[in-house]
Design a protein around this ligand. Structure first.
Ligand code: HEM
Length: 481
């Protein structure tokens, strides 16, 4: 039976999808939910047969979507999350070293070029009317950690939950096993350690302290039902068709699908973020009726308060209408949520439809599936700037060029997003190393058309330390090498 990838609201138990889900890697349609992870980046050697055998051996450990669903059921019954979760992905250099026939390679141009090839030009303009630019992400390779500067042929995600010490020991042992199995074939290039951080309410947060992983495209009936209970869809439809994230795997059979992966190690300057938020708050408070807090200034940058409350909905935290049923229709000018705010640039929820008169399906097709995890020290108020802390950003999408690169380049990095002079996304917008960001404009009064606007430059709190583009193939491909 052929699979219609336009479908959404998929039931994991639907027999029509059984062979597809047995063949699809887990984590794509639903996050694996484990608290601790190792990202094991590996380099293969020059012996294609040995390389293929090793990948084939590793494929035995990979968790399919079907298994992930079964493990989740067991977790709900037994209340423990003790299963190891494994993903396996390959870069273009990995495909080369496996000696795979060219017609079996995934063909996204960014995947084929790799993240380090800054000369590639991709057409990422909103209406296809700009000349494609080189280095659309404005990456600066001189800032990258040396481990990421070599050819990384693939990456394994090993993830576990459970008591910290036990999970960490088990993951360390697993990485040692992987290293041993690679002996004489290739080597491990670098291992990144990820861990979920939580606030007092046990919600997942990132290092600046904001609840994270709230808004993601939803494919499954179970997740859509949960989202419906958490506030409904009247102002925002979180559902997404499978083709937002799944593409046919050219190396597999008719029931084989994979996804493209963007991996970016993003270091966060926690002290610097809150210092700037404090300065912005002081600037906004000058000659104003009320004192503006750093918490409010931080929410202007993110578009949500630390507890997840969208600033487009109210001027303080504590929104109970959980969390995602909102859009910017009543705030087209950005008087409540600035047009440059991180969540507005990364999901404009209708802004580009209004501005460019383009169909909503185009804006919605830019969405990405975020599966990142924090790394580094858990200190929420570090004494130093640029501590070893940040986000191991990981996104899945059907097209790296039309989704991730478009989002980072045309929305986050563009100072002309929607209008002239909107400015950078204060969290992750970056310009070329030689360019100086223009200040963004910030309102002194929430929602007030007459309130004074002040200029303040907020950027440079996140640094890109390295990454790569991958393809996460079907199990059919991995097991038939
Ligand atoms: C949402 C933080 C990097 C894309 C969010 C949220 C936070 C956040 C706090 C709001 C909560 C949520 O909806 O999950 C960060 C931090 C980053 C980072 C601290 C870097 C260290 C990125 C990058 C991209 C991105 C590089 C892509 C270019 C998104 C998207 C959303 C989001 C698509 C959901 C927006 C929505 O649907 O409302 N991020 N983010 N983020 N972020 Fe980021």
């Amino acid at each position: 039976m052929s699979v219609n990838l336009n479908q959404t609201n998929i039931d994991l138990d639907d027999p029509n999808f059984r062979s597809v889900f047995a063949n699809l890697q887990g984590n794509i349609l639903k996050g694996h939910g484990r608290d601790y992870a190792r990202h094991v980046f590996f380099c293969l050697g020059s012996d294609e047969v040995a390389n293929r055998q090793w990948i084939w051996q590793m494929s035995e450990k990979v968790t399919s979507m079907l298994e992930q669903g079964q493990q989740h059921q067991a977790f709900k019954l037994q209340g423990k999350h003790d299963h190891l979760f494994v993903n396996l992905m390959l870069s273009a250099s990995g495909y080369r070293k496996l000696g795979i026939l060219r017609e079996q390679w995934p063909d996204d141009p960014a995947f084929l070029a790799g993240m380090k090839d800054l000369d590639q030009r991709y057409d990422t303009s909103p209406r296809g009317d700009h000349k494609p630019t080189a280095n659309p992400l404005n990456d600066d390779l001189s800032q990258w950690e040396s481990d990421f500067s070599q050819d990384l042929d693939g990456m394994l995600i090993l993830a576990l939950s459970g008591p910290l010490a036990e999970a960490e020991k088990a993951l360390t042992d697993l990485v040692a096993e992987v290293a041993q199995s690679l002996d004489g074939i290739g080597h491990i290039a670098v291992v990144q350690h990820g861990h979920v951080m939580r606030n007092d309410k046990q919600q997942v947060i990132e290092h600046f302290g904001f609840v994270d992983g709230v808004s993601n495209p939803k494919f499954l009936f179970s997740e859509l039902t949960e989202e419906y209970r958490n506030g409904g869809y009247s102002n925002n439809d979180p559902s997404a068709p499978l083709n937002l994230v799944m593409v046919p795997d050219p190396g597999g059979d008719h029931a084989s699908f994979g996804t493209y992966v963007v991996y970016r190690k993003l270091q966060q300057n926690i002290k610097g973020f809150w210092q700037r938020a404090d300065m912005l708050a002081n600037t906004l408070s000058e000659n104003a009726d009320r004192k503006i807090s750093a918490e409010y200034a931080g929410a202007l940058c993110v578009g949500r308060f630390q507890d997840g409350t969208p600033i487009s909905e109210q001027s303080g935290d504590g929104w109970t209408n959980l969390f995602n049923n909102f859009n910017f229709d009543d705030d087209a000018e950005g008087l409540k949520c600035p047009l440059h705010a991180h969540v507005r640039k990364t999901n404009p929820r209708g802004d580009t439809v209004r501005q460019f008169n383009s169909p909503p399906t185009i804006e919605r097709s830019r969405r990405i599936v975020r599966r990142g995890i924090s790394f580094g020290e858990t200190e929420r108020h570090p004494a130093q700037e640029w501590t070893e802390a940040g986000l191991l950003f990981l996104s899945f999408q059907a097209s790296i060029v039309d989704q991730f690169i478009f989002m980072q380049h045309t929305w986050c990095n563009s100072e002309k997003f929607l209008h002239e002079d909107v400015g950078l996304d204060p969290l992750v917008g970056q310009l070329k190393a030689t360019e100086v960001p223009k200040p963004q404009s910030w309102s002194k009064g929430w929602g007030s058309p007459t309130a004074e606007q002040v200029s303040f430059s907020f950027s440079g709190v996140v640094r890109m330390k390295g990454g790569e583009y991958f393809f996460m193939p079907s199990l059919h491909f991995l097991k038939n090498l």
